[in-house]
Write a protein that binds this ligand. Sequence first.
Ligand code: SF4
Length: 330
Amino acid sequence: MNERWALGVDLGSVTVKFVLLDGEGRVRHDSYLRTQGDPVQALSGGLGEARAALPGDAEIAAVGTTGSGRHLAAAFLGADVAKNEITAHAIGVLAWRSDIRTIIEIGGQDSKIIHLTEGMVTDFAMNTVCAAGTGSFLDQQAFRLQVPIEEFGAFALTADHAVRIAGRCTVFAESDMIHKQQAGYDRAAICRGLCEALVRNYLNNVSRGRKIHSPVSFQGGVARNQAILACFREALPDGEIVSPPYLTGCGAVGAALLAREHVGTGPTAFCGWREGPFTVRPGACTGCVNTCELFTLYQNGRPLARWGGRCDRGNTLGAVDREDVPAEGR
Ligand code: SF4
């Protein structure tokens, strides 16, 4: 009998993360891909990598999704559960360290803070618009400053001081950085100043004065940047700030664990190793006055999955309101 593994997928607006957990719940595969504006293609690519990483004596027995695109990912994969990011990140990090009290998560688009007490979520907050897009903004500035994003943190840490950058929002920060460059400031010191500004902005706009209890788990794509980690340690000197080994995959791990628990020893809804090409078309459900916007995934003109409706009636293929998706949208 094959070992029962679980697949977890965290589909965000900028990246998609895949993890595979073995029968003991250990992370055996962890991938991170940019969606590049085509989440279905990114899902297809991540699924192919997961398939290649799955040993011959294992099978996918549970699938969980999370992230802002969790319903799309769930429809694409045939997921057993689609969970919100707060729950998934909390479960994912607690599986690594059960004593974590605060999660600082900064991704491409969203930032969040999650407070935990004895393994339970007691409070959380998401970014305001002024702290949105931190990861994407870092990417843009790294490109503009001609520093590879993978090296941005190490480069910023070569500066012996930070240039103060206005960090109230990305618009202010960019114009201030350009001004500092024109004034002749050192490039590494500007990079370090940007990291400091983003940390200030997070503390002002996301945690908004909430007490940050230690130990803190810093995770998400931006946690790869060692200069941002250093700036958090400077800003919160009394706390222990650590990052899990799968620092971009915590949400996916949580989703996989929740799916495993949900399925138990029963069958999974996983619909197999889909391969493209795929298209996604919008439509509308007229099943009731809500007229939900629906999205349908097609492969060679054949509908595979639908999502976006507030109830299963709209999301079910073959439901009466399927006819309401305009023909040109198929
Ligand atoms: S998906 Fe459900 S809630 Fe939305 S319009 Fe259709 S029937 Fe109404």
